[in-house]
Design a protein. Structure first.
Length: 412
């Protein structure tokens, strides 16, 4: 379970705005125009299906290569990073994302052709980075395509990549047409590689569904309050800083940046440019870089503090006093978990005293249930915010423009 605390003034929020946000996402879910709301239930069957083939996968492969970018990789990386300490025996996952040749060569060096399952993921089926890297892998490892049992495809039902899979009789998994890429981690996009790697995806889905049910029953009103506060103060606070106190949150922050940036940076029907700019920081590292700007720079940011109450790693600071270094002796005998939590609390208090609007997410511990809850929490927060800003949360015309221009570069 996660504990949420809004430290900003919620009494000034208009009840009509809260109802408007709730009704908007409730309609999206009921009408099934937007499909991610139903994934925690729909994907349970997929997780069970994958467990049937797990024994054969475990026998043959020790590595999974995920070929995908953006919504086809960031959510998987976030969940793996959070749960890897709890699942140390899970298969190694290699991510081939960017068209950077240095990275591609580096990742390819880690691949054992005979012990690697290749999973190609693209919502549209035409992602140029993904298809280009896939071609490189086919050639470099002399992969057999027809009837291959070490290449899986995850894509839209009627995409060109799905047609390719059917042409070569490859195992493929469909992404529901009403689920956008950046909202798709609880679909086959994430469930296939994470389940086959050995993560407990059924528990992740359970955590997501439990939070959704509480939200629909109006037991998570803090979420509506947070979205309403962000949107009604978007001109005053156009940026939100996620200040997460554990390195394990780094990939989660990157997923949130994509989710918010691509969903909320839009033009309204009136042509107005709107958006909430996400910034992801890691504490205590970024106390020594970005914190100064938050505290004494422009008051144009809200800050979300994230921390773990109880770590399962009880690493202690030695009770050791060193000449000339006595200044730090006040934390001798303290656990590193207690130290980083104290740093989080002290930083949050200093930010609050500086007049910055703050909210807090406290993890009792990192487990599958809490990870599933966090995924759907940020998806809902994004959808409510988009609805209140009166934009299309689920398209990305700016990204598509860049793709069109890129194609033109190579067709001259």
């Amino acid at each position: 379970m996660l504990q949420y605390t809004n430290h900003f003034d919620t009494k000034t929020l208009d009840p009509f705005t809260l109802e408007k946000g709730f009704e908007a996402v409730h309609y999206e879910a009921q009408s099934k125009e937007v499909g991610y709301y139903h994934l925690p239930v729909m994907s349970q069957g997929l997780a069970e299906e994958l467990h049937i083939i797990r024994e054969d996968i475990d026998r043959r492969f020790n590595t999974i290569a995920v070929i995908g970018i953006g919504g086809s990789s960031l959510g998987i990386k976030a969940i793996e990073r959070l749960l890897r300490p709890r699942t140390p025996n899970a298969k190694k996952i290699i991510y081939l994302e960017n068209s950077d040749p240095v990275s591609i060569i580096s990742e390819m060096k880690q691949i054992d052709k005979f012990r690697t399952l290749f999973i190609v993921i693209s919502k549209s089926g035409g992602t140029v980075e993904t298809l280009s890297i896939f071609k490189r892998l086919i050639v470099s490892f002399e992969l057999t395509l027809d009837h291959s049992d070490q290449i899986y495809i995850v894509s839209d039902e009627d995409s060109i990549l799905s047609h390719f899979a059917d042409e070569h009789h490859l195992r493929r998994f469909a992404i529901p047409s009403n689920v956008g890429g950046r909202f798709s981690v609880l679909s086959a996009v994430g469930i296939v590689p994470l389940t086959l790697a050995g993560f407990d995806t059924a528990a992740i889905l359970k955590g997501s569904q439990a939070f959704l049910e509480r939200f629909w029953n109006r037991k998570e009103e803090h979420l509506l309050q947070k979205a309403a506060f962000y949107v009604t103060h978007k001109d005053q606070y156009p940026m939100n800083v996620l200040f997460a106190y554990s390195d394990t949150f780094e990939e989660l922050g990157k997923w949130i940046v994509q989710l918010w940036g691509e969903s909320l940076g839009k033009r309204t029907r009136r042509g107005e440019r709107v958006g909430l700019t996400p910034i992801s920081l890691i504490g205590s590292v970024d106390q020594h870089s970005f914190l100064q700007l938050i505290i004494e720079g422009p008051l144009n940011k809200t800050v979300t503090f994230v921390h773990i109450d109880h770590s399962e790693d009880h690493l202690m600071i030695p009770d050791l006093s060193l000449k000339f270094l006595e200044k730090s002796d006040f934390v001798n005998g303290v656990s590193f978990n207690d130290l980083i939590n104290a740093q989080c609390k002290a930083t949050m208090q200093s930010v609050l005293q500086s007049g910055v609007s703050v909210d807090e997410i406290a993890w009792k511990r990192i487990d599958e249930i809490s990870v599933g809850e966090m995924i759907v929490y940020y998806e809902l927060l994004t959808s409510i915010s988009g609805a209140l800003m009166e934009i299309n949360t689920y398209d990305q015309p700016g990204v598509e423009l860049g793709k069109t221009i890129l194609t033109g570069y190579f067709q001259k």
